[in-house]
Design a protein around this ligand. Structure first.
Ligand code: NAG
Ligand code: NAG
Ligand code: NAG
Ligand code: NAG
Ligand code: NAG
Ligand code: NAG
Length: 893
């Protein structure tokens, strides 16, 4: 996530995009700037591409930013965002093919996407140029060609930054050699795009014969400035790339960051641009990444690998290896989670697939019961009749209280504790309902994947065999079907953008992907993240370009693998998992690929879909509608995001059309929002218009919109949904802690001194991302018309914001004439999750805590204003408003 502080206060670099091309404009601009700010700025970069004409300027005095915008020809002035080093969701450097973390079948992503069959058809990306903007590539890797330059796999590229680069601190020192020796991310990405087959890991890149170009934008310390990313995009574009892929970014709600705009323009020119959507799935909806949010960029979601790895244990009695996994110490993940709207079909899905950390010597086994189905083993403390179990592995069926945990009832943790008292070293648990977590007992448990294996172990023990089990540390991994395989990865970021662009666009495998890594650091790594799904998409695009030009089809993914699952919201999966084989082999084209419905205040329900038969035979096409689950988006990071059944109504001008070879026709669809929904929950409707041809072609157009008004729905949350506060927010929260350990709020006026431990904070939650948030101190006597109820205000009155467009006079006055005593914050482009220590909540301290400047002694209220989506920053009525309790800053209490 990008640092807001850099954008808001510390920004000394400004990007100025100018309207028309001539270099003269730069000259003129710099001259004007010089007059105003002589010696107070440094020109960082001049962009003179046909795609983007602008400058990156470093201002010594931040105030000069205001002046910049008024210089002729300047279209917009924006701070330069610094993006963090790209980190995959997880990364493990492999010790070799035998490493327990390496999935035995590294090619499973290709099975998911049909890339295996496309390779068999002979398409391998030959003749396609793919530019990788990342940390560089270790081209000495044999599977990446072992060299750099014409004739090699890594044909070209550039290092835009050098090793020492730290954005904002150490300037870039570019050179011609994009070698990756410190980060490894770009090397992993390059292998996913194009690793050569025939290696010890038995993996092949998606487009192994494509020509790769490496653009290094991240140094050894990590992080990259937006100015460098723009440069890299323009350079890759100028070098004639067919595909540009970049797995770098940070959360951003609106697609107008300069780098997003440049990426979109490069894509508009016909280059395929694939970018990662981010790994912020747990931040809820409307939390997507830039520059993937750029309009024409293919933003990529991550789909779980079909295979997942389990380790196996062996026994001294002949039996197939027994698959098990290790709890991740996440604590209880009770069964009830599976019944929540966003279904997780396997409550044990977070289990670790790595080997349990014990010696490879055999453990003798004890079962404590003769009945393998007995589920109350050791629910009571074990008596003297049970021998000492030191050195033993005890196998038992987990106690299970379905749904609700009743205190005092036996849980698997009680069983573990009681058995541990007898000295047992190891617990083999089967039929577990959740991951056991027993704090002070060394975590030596495995959960068996199959109940049958547990039953077998108990029976075998009871036969009187001296049964032993061995936990191999290497080469004991097996692929078993992943219960969440083929579903959208939970970590994959949710779109859409705040102005309702369709994000993400498509999904690709991004879970546990084996690929190349820096040779000196081990040559191979397994990683998960949208960072890895993105190059997969880039490689796929190369195959499609090689075979037949642009186009794609995807397969929509369900929410779960339960019977008759609901299709998963397109806000997280996009149109679905790319299927390259289908895309290559269908004889039908439909356009556009996406229908943007907007929200109900701007509803665009009527669209024309063009269908073209590119085959050699006449085809009859049938149109149908398939809705996905409707996600209610107007909630802070509710995770999982609530999903309801509320489909749009779709009317087709024709439901069937017959097309001769080469013929095309347009069909009109009219989509109307569902009526049975609460618009203020911002129900996000999405789904597909399916077009099925009589020869089996299946292509689709996806749609997305909001069945409510973004403007009318709350921007500041007036109800609290965060469990650790027991009251509604916003609130003034002093440092006091209540009896239950939770912070208490201020009710009624209160005085504070200026000491550090005295000053209160304002805590608030945003329901939606906001373009502009003001926090000011005002005279407590001023009458301000708040939209968000404060503590002392009657809660029964529905705030007037629900009547958009109400004239200010009718709304009971304006704060136009409320003088601001002190501005605390003027925040731009704020995400609805702060990501700070309070999780989603924003906590704003009074200035002495922040700047060291004193607020004059006196009595105040805090005025909080947040601009609503699609609102005009200049209109007071377009803000949500909250006025706090009265606070006094006094010399002493
Ligand atoms: C390599 O993968 C292929 C499938 O792509 C499989 O048939 C083959 O057995 C694997 N070879 C090894 C050595 O794992
Ligand atoms: C990767 O594999 C490990 C071991 O099987 C598993 O714990 C983890 O959940 C997997 N991650 C993803 C994103 O698939
Ligand atoms: C054992 O299983 C039975 C049947 O499912 C259930 O009613 C009982 O509560 C379980 N006992 C324990 C201790 O989990
Ligand atoms: C099991 O182990 C015990 C003690 O080590 C030994 O006396 C017994 O003979 C063994 N039984 C079998 C069937 O190997
Ligand atoms: C939705 O409508 C608003 C207002 O016209 C517009 O600014 C926005 O770009 C639209 N969004 C999309 C995705 O078309
Ligand atoms: C706060 O301090 C002012 C000035 O000392 C005093 O008049 C006022 O009563 C105090 N308010 C509270 C709530 O203690």
């Amino acid at each position: 996530m990008k640092s807001f502080a850099a954008v808001l206060f510390g920004a000394t670099i400004a990007l100025a995009a100018t309207a028309s091309d001539p270099r003269y404009i730069h000259y003129e601009f710099l001259g004007k700037l010089d007059k105003r700010a002589a010696g107070r700025f440094v020109t960082r970069k001049k962009y003179t591409s046909a795609v983007f004409n602008g400058l990156a300027v470093e201002l010594k005095a931040p105030e000069d930013v205001v002046d910049l915008a008024s210089i002729p020809n300047v279209v917009s002035v924006r701070p330069v965002t610094i993006y963090p080093a790209t980190k995959p969701f997880s990364l493990h450097v492999a010790s070799g093919p035998d490493d327990p973390a390496v999935p035995p079948f590294g090619q499973s992503p290709h099975v998911m996407t049909g890339v295996d069959r496309v390779h068999e058809q002979g398409f391998t990306g030959k003749g396609i140029k793919i530019g990788i903007i990342d940390t560089g590539v270790d081209y000495t890797h044999p599977s990446l060609g072992g060299g750099f330059g014409p004739g090699c796999k890594i044909v070209g590229g550039y290092d835009l930054v050098g090793d020492a680069y730290i954005p904002g601190l150490v300037d870039p020192v570019p050179d011609d050699d994009p070698m990756d020796q410190c980060q490894g991310h770009g090397t992993h990405v390059a292998g996913i795009v194009g690793a050569a087959p025939g290696n010890e890991m038995n993996i092949t890149g998606v487009a192994p014969d494509a020509a790769l170009y490496a653009y290094r934008v991240i140094g050894c310390a990590g992080g990259v400035g937006e100015d460098v990313l723009i440069d890299a995009l323009l350079r890759a574009h100028a070098d004639g790339m067919d595909v540009i892929t970049m797995s770098i970014g940070g959360a951003s709600a609106w697609p107008d960051e300069p780098v997003s705009v440049v990426a979109s323009r490069v894509a508009e020119q016909g280059t395929v641009v694939t970018m990662s959507g981010g790994n912020d799935g747990d931040y809820g909806p409307f939390f997507f990444g830039a520059p993937a949010n750029g309009k024409d960029v293919i933003a990529v979601a991550s789909v779980n690998n079909l295979a997942r790895m389990y380790q196996t244990m062996t026994t001294n009695v002949e039996h197939a290896p027994i698959a098990s996994s290790v709890p991740c110490m996440h604590g209880n993940i009770p069964l009830t989670r599976a019944s929540q709207p966003y279904k997780i079909s396997d409550p044990l899905e977070d289990l670790d697939g790595w080997p349990v950390d014990v010696p490879e010597t055999p453990f003798p086994v004890d079962a404590l019961t003769t009945d393998p189905m007995y589920n109350a083993t050791a629910c009571e403390p074990l008596g003297d009749d049970v021998p000492d179990l030191t050195g033993y592995a005890v196998v038992f069926r987990s106690a299970r209280w379905p749904e609700v945990l009743v205190p005092g009832m036996c849980q698997v943790e009680d069983q573990i504790r009681n058995i541990a008292k007898k000295g047992a070293d190891f617990f083999i648990i089967y039929d577990a309902a959740w991951e056991p977590y027993v704090g002070n007992i060394p975590n030596k448990e495995v959960l068996l994947r199959n109940i049958d294996d547990g039953i077998w172990l108990v029976n075998e023990f009871n036969k009187g065999t001296n049964l032993t089990v061995t936990f191999k540390q290497h080469g004991s991994g097996v692929d078993v079907p992943n219960p969440n395989g083929g579903l959208t990865s939970l970590f994959s970021s949710f779109g859409p953008t705040q102005d309702l662009l369709f994000k993400p666009a498509l999904g690709a495998p991004g879970g546990n992907i084996t690929s190349t890594y820096i040779v000196k650091k081990g040559s191979w790594a397994v990683a998960s993240g949208t960072s890895l799904a993105t190059p997969y998409m880039a490689g796929s695009a190369a195959l499609l370009l090689q075979a037949k030009g642009k186009g794609s089809t995807a397969v929509g993914l369900p929410e779960s693998h339960e019977p008759r699952p609901r299709p998963h919201t397109l806000a997280q999966q996009g149109a679905g998992l790319i299927n390259v084989f289908n895309a290559l082999n269908v004889k039908t084209e439909v356009s556009p690929a996406e229908l943007l419905l907007n929200d109900t205040a701007h509803w665009k329900g009527v669209h024309r879909i063009t269908i073209k038969n590119t085959g050699q035979y006449k085809q009859k096409y049938t149109l149908s509608h398939q809705p996905a689950g409707t996600a209610t988006m107007h909630d802070i990071a509710l995770y999982p995001v609530p999903v309801i059944d509320a489909a749009v109504a779709v009317h087709f001008s024709e439901k069937e059309v017959t097309l001769a070879p080469g013929a095309s026709t347009a069909v009109t669809v009219n989509i109307s929002p569902p009526k049975n929904v609460d618009p203020k929950t911002l129900p996000l409707v999405s789904g597909w218009i399916n077009v099925r041809g009589s020869f089996g072609d299946r292509v689709q157009v996806s749609y997305l919109g909001v069945a409510g008004s973004m403007y009318a729905a709350e921007t500041i949350i007036s109800k609290n949904q965060v469990s650790w506060y027991h009251y509604n927010l916003p609130a003034i929260v002093p440092g006091d802690i209540g009896e239950d350990g939770a912070p208490i709020r201020q009710v009624g006026p209160r005085n504070y001194t200026r000491s550090w431990d005295s000053l209160p904070s304002l805590v608030f939650l945003l329901a939606q991302n906001s373009r502009r948030v003001f926090i000011d101190l005002i005279d407590p006597a001023m009458k301000v018309d708040a939209t968000i109820p404060s503590v002392s205000r009657k809660r029964s009155v529905w705030p007037h914001w629900w009547k958009p467009g109400l004239p200010l006079e009718e709304a009971g006055g304006s704060f136009d004439d409320v003088p601001i005593k002190m501005r605390i914050y003027d925040l731009h482009d704020i995400m609805h999750i702060s990501g700070g220590p309070l999780g989603p909540a924003y906590q704003i301290y009074l200035p002495p805590m922040v700047f060291g400047t004193d607020v004059p002694y006196g009595q105040y209220k805090i005025l909080l204003r947040a601009l609503r989506q699609f609102g005009d920053p200049a209109l007071e009525k377009d803000y949500d408003v909250y006025v706090s309790e009265q606070i006094g800053i006094v010399e002493s209490l």
